[in-house]
Design a protein around this ligand. Sequence first.
Ligand code: A3P
Length: 303
Amino acid sequence: KSDEVYQYQGFWHTFFYLEGLLSAQQHFKPQTNDIILSSFPKSGTTWLKALSFAIVTRSSFDISANPLLTTMPHECVLSLESDLAHNSFHRNQDTPLIGTHVPYTSLPKSIIDSRCKIIYICRDPKDTFVSLWHFLYNASFKGVDSSAKEDADFEKAFELFCDGVSYYGPYWNHVLGYWKASLESPERILFLKYEDLKNETLFYVKKIAEFMGYPFSLEEEDKRMVQKIVDLCSFQNLSRLEVNKSGQLHGRAYLIEKNAFFRKGEAGDWKNYLTPMMAARLDQITEQKLRSSGLTFNVGSKV
Ligand code: A3P
């Protein structure tokens, strides 16, 4: 069944993506300037892909002609374990960006050895879970639509998430893998939080650009280029574009309506879905798992 999960190197994967990961671990050869965009699902992947794509393509296109206006962010950036692995790593796009949800400890050795830059985005687990649940509820797995809906039962999904059983889960191990690696090699791994990116978007977009080796010049700053990129990639803008509103994302394990990637785009929406007990439970697990790591999330259950 294509929605069944398999444990591999401590994390849960669907068959399709696991096949892709195994292939990537064996065969993937990064190019010198590749930049890996990594995340746990529903942590802001689409936003990070859009921003990074807009940053690296800004000298090739006018903002008003950027491909993001007519192509979904996920189709602008190739994915390591789906597009690339299942097409024998064939690159049909000319950007250095590669998206992945693969945990740090399972990344192909070739990526670690190449010293490719990696940008990781994470998000408060309560919002991540709520976003994930909505997403799965909207997803239709190829050939197994009905059981996917059954699995989308909110409380059952919550229990599984808490137990670490979700795609690319356990969530906490995923985040910690990249967090620890970023502490060891801050010049190679930029660790971002969705909530910070929401609060100080301009600051972080400049930081991302500098980290990637595409810093904004003074002239570009004068021309408000950073703000233009922020506006182009904002939830409001991307979610209203025809290309993101209708149709499905093709060629992957499941067929997903493109608009499922653009739901609310807020921090703290968990308050509308989790009971106080559920929120406290997730906070407690997070507290316990991240204790002494130095990593915290500010969207506490009392807010
Ligand atoms: P919600 O379900 O809370 O709205 P991913 O891209 O990793 O799949 O994560 C999807 C989440 O990011 C969804 O969260 C989605 O609405 C939000 N999102 C998508 N595009 C965004 C953007 N441009 N800015 C902020 N959030 C965005």
